[in-house]
Ligand binder design. Sequence first.
Ligand SMILES: Nc1ncnc2c1ncn2[C@@H]1O[C@H](COP(=O)(O)OP(=O)(O)OP(=O)(O)O)[C@@H](O)[C@H]1O
Length: 408
Amino acid sequence: MKHWVIYLDNNSDKKGFLKDFEKGKIPQELQEFDNKIGRLFSPFTLEKLIDKEDKHDKKIISTEHQALETMSSGEQKRALLHYLLNKKPDYIILDNPFDNLDIAFQEELKTILKDHSKHISFIQLASRKSDTLSFINYYGRLDKSMFSITENTPLNDNEIDSAFNAVGIPQSITKFSNIESPLIHFKNVSISYGSKKILNAINWTVKKGDFWQLSGANGSGKSTMLSMIFGDNPKAYGQEIYLFRNKKGSGESVWDIKQKIGYYTPAMTLKFNGRHSVEHMLISGLNDSVGLYTIPTELQKRIVKQWLHILNMYPIKNTYFNALSTGQQRLVMTARAMVKRPPILILDEPTAGMDDDAASLLVSLVNKFANETETAIIFVSHRKEKGLKPERILDLIPSKNGSSGIIK
Ligand SMILES: Nc1ncnc2c1ncn2[C@@H]1O[C@H](COP(=O)(O)OP(=O)(O)OP(=O)(O)O)[C@@H](O)[C@H]1O
């Protein structure tokens, strides 16, 4: 059986490649897949299936017990894999299969795929070389929309540690007064959905300037915790959750809270594909708006100029956001969540889908921000993110009574 890996970098036109493949426009080297039945294991497939279930009000992957849409990202992937394998295709394209998966499920997935590799061909699209499946025997890469065969070269371990060090993190214009530590306090918080217990007596305190990583297996409740801080999850009310020393649900509006929290998750990038320049994207972070509706002040411009130098993007400040590579877009969006120097910064799986070099740039930006500011950072990730230097880790450990939180 032939199994391919196709390495992607931030300039690869993955979407175009997948579309062409679906239409039968297959590169010469992969002609063996022409006229074969293939399936796609990808967030795109999940999106389509959720849409289809919604529109036709039917269950394709959803079960009696739970709708696909409410499953955690790991649970969705598990259900999708099961569904695709049941279709018994000739080949499956695996689009960055390990993204958003915890270590245990990554290992389980590797075993499942290996077992099926005897009768199904796999084409793995991988942004990170270290993700390459053990049974891969053919190697390619996608450079923009050009596919080519490549060598099986060893991992390149170069770290980009000194990146961003030339300029300090600029001051902010917004003054956050009356911000009292602890910023977040969970006291014995337990959450259930129906009879399903999710969180079990979580105690957690985030103080000014803390740098936390929030980790835990798929479905352990990470997103649920974030939604209680940043979102409007009604489960938060009636619990002892304090934000900026106010009990959640006791007066402060979600808007008041959001103003004090910088938030970034890769899905947000999709909302910003309008025609805004890099410079305007960053200025809009100072204004809390999408795009730019008012003329920026000289001070705003000066601050953003410093940010552009940190990001090494001053020469491309007038380039439209949608013309940047994925890695550059992610860096801009992360910086956009930072520019106000908010009391709390939440980065939710920010490196998912990034190639090694881009992920390591983002990690060094986050480390720098943690070192030079008083912002409390919560970095959510399954991966032991290479080079990331959090001070503490809150690890959610699932059990039938819900996840308990272990602080390391
Ligand atoms: N509206 C809901 N109804 C029922 N169950 C839900 C609902 N929302 C979340 N859950 C369940 O709560 C559990 C925790 O989900 P959550 O998304 O917080 O996990 P997570 O740690 O973020 O997982 P992942 O890493 O896979 O994204 C999951 O088992 C999920 O299925």
